[in-house]
Design a protein around this ligand. Sequence first.
Ligand SMILES: Nc1ncnc2c1ncn2[C@@H]1O[C@H](COP(=O)(O)OP(=O)(O)OP(=O)(O)O)[C@@H](O)[C@H]1O
Ligand SMILES: [Mg+2]
Length: 378
Amino acid sequence: MRTDNEAAPPPPPAADPAANAVELVGVSKNFGAVAAVHTVTLAIRQGEVLTLLGPSGCGKTTLLNIIAGFEEPTRGRIQIDGRDVTLTPPHLRDTGMVFQNYALFPHMNVFENVAFGLSMRRMPKARIAIEVSRALEMVKLEGLGGRRVRQLSGGQQQRVALARAIVIQPKVLLLDEPLSALDKNLRGQMQIELKELHDRTGLTTVFVTHDQGEALSLSDRIVVLNRGEIQQIAAPLELYRRPANGFVASFIGDINHLPPAECHRYGSDILFRLTPAIELAMPARADLALRDDQKAHIFVRPEHLRIADETGEGRNRVLCQVVTHVYQGTHTLTRVEAVGLGLLQLRIPGGEIIERTPPGSRIVVTINLDEATVLAEA
Ligand SMILES: Nc1ncnc2c1ncn2[C@@H]1O[C@H](COP(=O)(O)OP(=O)(O)OP(=O)(O)O)[C@@H](O)[C@H]1O
Ligand SMILES: [Mg+2]
């Protein structure tokens, strides 16, 4: 609470609706009996990269198409830059879109593909030449204007699609899985380039992907969708550390979902009884309101499981047998069978664990619950 003689705090992040680039209010889309998008309300801030993330068929493309105007919502309305565009056709919405499969015109060269939107807007030819070469420079394709589309690599085609979307200087850039057709290395490189392009242009961007790693590395905020409904909207770190429900916890990053546990308060700890023989403890947390005897689901990241040293005491120790090691360069993903708990995954730095504990070895694993996600059963 602020008193009058204190210095004024910095202004809060804009509550001004004009600061939102896009607003969706109660948007639903049905295809016959399929509810592809279900009552989505979402404000996309000016200049942010917002990612729609979710499994195949969860409604990402449909939602993007609704923003672009290629699909009409069954219910709800859409605003772009403070203007209601629910009934506005796509070419009057000021959005630039890169489609899931690029959709370049194969009979045109690179220049013509990028110039297309400007020609449709009847821009003079000399201006078009300037704008197209500027857009090609932005995506690092300068000098390739005369190339045929089929003489380009996948990554280059992807850049042409990007140039075509940004050349019209849209209010919102809509990218539907633009990197999904690229191999892993090129994909990583294009992720960095997309980020740099965004830094240079400051364009409000809605990015669609089903790849959670890509979403975590590219986004200011992520919207997790499942079956057409928003599950959580949060910044990457918060989404990773504080998933709102079991779907988000399991979808974002690797995680161990332990068997349902019964909770009890014990001093400053909460105890979770997973089986008659296994009880795990964590310090009580303000964000966790659990009643005694309530059932809870615990989700714990592989990096929060450790192999205990033989002499050590310590709590939350579980007897396990090593099943497999998967070496991943900077770390090893180790799968163990925990007595009474089933399969668990550990992420262990380096690779020396592989020789030290071959499959079949008996080890003791400690489970650190300080960072765990605990969800009370409804
Ligand atoms: N034109 C259409 N007619 C009928 N059903 C459709 C149509 N377009 C999409 N759907 C259905 O709506 C749901 C959402 O589809 P959408 O294409 O938005 O999913 P997505 O999240 O983009 O999936 P993906 O990751 O596979 O691209 C799916 O069940 C899909 O089958
Ligand atoms: Mg899609």
